[in-house]
Structure formats: structure tokens, C-alpha cells
Design a protein around this ligand. Structure first.
Ligand code: HEC
Length: 293
């Protein structure tokens, strides 16, 4: 009887282990680091993202399926993209095509978790094409505005009327000169007030995918810092694994942080924080973000 009970308990324990989410994920947790934030994104134009998964925040792993989900903020259009695991490079890649301009929220789903990424601002395909012709846009000479034509014709008319008036001073000629002069000035003024985009459509500036002032927070999210560290300055994604200290208020001097982010184990050999192989530019932006009020 006792043996049977022990056997039953053993079987139950085994089943519990098999079906627990932890076991299904090969034990534990993983952090996700995007290699690079997209700089500029244009509607309909494919771009590639690359990321690394680190089991327990350390060893890179590629054995899991991962999917990218993107949602257009204004219309709610939803898209999902497959990712490709590259065991040799120890990373994943995915090619994304976002069909609409405006803000897109996106996240990577893997390891039984959702990893939110910083929202991307996508440029209009036509305006951003600058003659490259994403949709085969014809970039010809800008049409001459009618206000300008009116301004010039009436200006010539006013000068002629004035000239004829000097020959024979009739009230009619003077009135015509004055009227044409007023219409001419109005034409030029209207033209000057036309919005810049109408005057030079092909010169529309392209927006960066991440606004410069949001870059620090975006890196804190995309590089995976927020997964291990709480930080009240971050709203783009929540903290998931409370393994590192809260970084809302950082007391360390910038030089120390710079060295820490370049290689944590150089300052503390037994640290749990991985070297994320950040670029110098990313480290500078992250340090500014960390010490900002
Ligand atoms: C896998 C989890 C993990 C990730 C990812 C991670 N950290 Fe850490 N971090 C830690 C842990 C754990 C510590 C505590 C280190 C220790 O004392 O050994 C730490 C410590 C720190 C410290 C404090 C250093 C000190 O000595 O005061 C800073 C600053 C820091 N991390 C910034 C970052 C930034 C910025 C990122 C993203 C680029 C990041 N961390 C990503 C786990 C992580």
C-alpha cells in the first residue's frame, strides 16, 4: 500500500514537471536583444531586423520558434512575420514590410513570452521616395502655381495701364492700373503663403523610425535592459525578470557606467549581467538616459 502511494506520488510529480511551463521552456528564462534599432522605415519597403536570445541572460540560443507581430496604431491593422533562426551566427532574423505610414507597435513572441519593442514611425512611400519611385511615382517639374501666373499677368497689365495713362490721363486707365496692381499683389501674397509641402513635394523630410529624444528609452527596451531591470522612466515595455537592480536613479558617474556597459565583467568578474556587445554610440545614448532626471 505504502509503495503504491509512493509510486502514485512519483507519477504525479513527473507529470507536473512535464506540463509545467518552465519545463516546456527547457528550464527558466531568456532575454532578447535587438542587434540594431531600425533607423528609417518606409511604407511597403522591406527591412530586416536581427536579435539574439540569451538563456538565463547568458548563453545565446536559437532552438525556439519566434514570431514578429506588428499593429498599425491608427487603423489597428495587424501583421505577423516569421523569423529565421541562424544557429551559426547564434541569432534570429526577420524581414518586415509595413504597408502603411504612421506609428506601428510591434513585439517579438518567443520562449512562451512577448517581448515588446519600441514603436516605429513609418514614412509615406511616395513622399519618402525622393525620386527612387517606390510606387513608380513620376518626379517631374513642379507645376507652376496659378497664383503666380495671375500675379505676373496682372502686374504686366498694371504697368501697361499706367503707361497708357501717362499718354492720356483718363480716370478709366488709372482705375484699371490700380485694380490690376491690387490683384497682382494679392496673387504674389497668396503664392507666398502656400504651404511648403505644395511648393516642394519631393523635398519632404523623412522621419527617423525612433524620435531622437526617445532613443535612450528605445535602446533600454530593445537591448533587453528592461527585461532584467526596473526603470520608472520606461513606459514602452514592462520589467519581466527582476534579476538586476532598479535603475530609475543611478548614482554611478558616467565614466563608470560607460565602462560597465562596454563589459560588466571587467569591473565585477562574477557579475550576472551579460556583455551585450553594445556599440559606442549606443553606450553613450544609454548612459545619458540612465543619468537623466
Ligand atoms: C540578463 C539580465 C541583465 C540584462 C539584460 C542587463 N542587466 Fe544590467 N545588471 C544585471 C544584474 C544582475 C546586475 C547586478 C550586477 C552585479 O552586481 O553583479 C546589473 C547591474 C547593472 C548596473 C549597475 C552597475 C553598478 O555597479 O552599479 C547598471 C547601470 C546596468 N546593469 C545597466 C544595464 C543596461 C543599460 C542594460 C541594457 C543595455 C542592462 N543592464 C542589461 C542584469 C542585467
Amino acid at each position: 500500500m505504502r509503495n503504491k502511494l509512493i509510486l502514485l506520488a512519483g507519477i504525479l510529480l513527473l507529470l507536473g514537471l512535464l506540463f509545467s511551463p518552465g519545463a516546456a521552456r527547457a528550464g527558466g528564462w531568456a532575454t532578447l536583444t535587438l542587434t540594431e534599432l531600425p533607423k528609417e522605415v518606409v511604407a511597403e519597403r522591406p527591412f530586416t531586423i536581427e536579435f539574439t536570445m540569451r538563456q538565463h541572460g547568458h548563453a545565446p540560443v536559437t532552438g525556439f520558434d519566434a514570431t514578429v507581430l506588428a499593429v498599425h496604431s491608427a487603423s489597428g491593422e495587424q501583421l505577423s512575420f516569421a523569423t529565421e533562426a541562424n544557429p551559426d551566427e547564434e541569432n534570429y532574423t526577420a524581414t518586415l514590410v509595413l504597408p502603411q505610414a504612421g506609428e506601428w507597435q510591434w513585439e517579438i513572441e518567443t520562449w512562451g513570452r512577448v517581448y515588446p519593442m519600441p514603436p516605429l514611425m513609418v514614412n509615406e512611400a511616395v513622399a519618402a521616395a525622393n525620386g527612387e519611385g517606390v510606387r513608380g511615382t513620376a518626379v517631374g517639374a513642379a507645376p507652376v502655381a496659378w497664383q503666380l501666373i495671375l500675379g505676373w499677368i496682372t502686374a504686366v497689365g498694371a504697368v501697361l495701364s499706367l503707361f497708357f495713362w501717362t499718354r492720356q490721363r483718363s480716370k478709366l486707365r488709372l482705375a484699371a492700373a490700380l485694380l490690376l496692381g491690387v490683384v497682382s499683389v494679392a496673387g504674389f501674397v497668396l503664392h507666398a503663403q502656400m504651404p511648403q509641402s505644395v511648393l516642394a513635394e519631393s523635398e519632404t523630410a523623412t522621419l527617423p523610425a525612433i524620435a531622437p529624444e526617445a532613443l535612450g528609452e528605445a535602446l533600454f527596451v530593445a537591448k533587453g535592459c528592461i527585461q532584467c531591470h526596473t526603470n520608472d522612466k520606461v513606459t514602452m515595455a514592462p520589467n519581466v525578470f527582476p534579476v538586476g537592480p532598479n535603475l530609475t536613479f543611478v548614482k554611478r558617474p558616467p565614466e563608470y557606467l560607460q565602462a560597465w556597459l562596454a563589459d560588466p565583467s571587467s569591473l565585477k568578474p562574477d557579475t550576472q549581467m551579460p556583455n551585450l556587445h553594445l556599440s559606442d554610440a549606443d553606450i553613450t545614448t544609454l548612459v545619458e538616459f540612465l543619468v537623466s532626471e
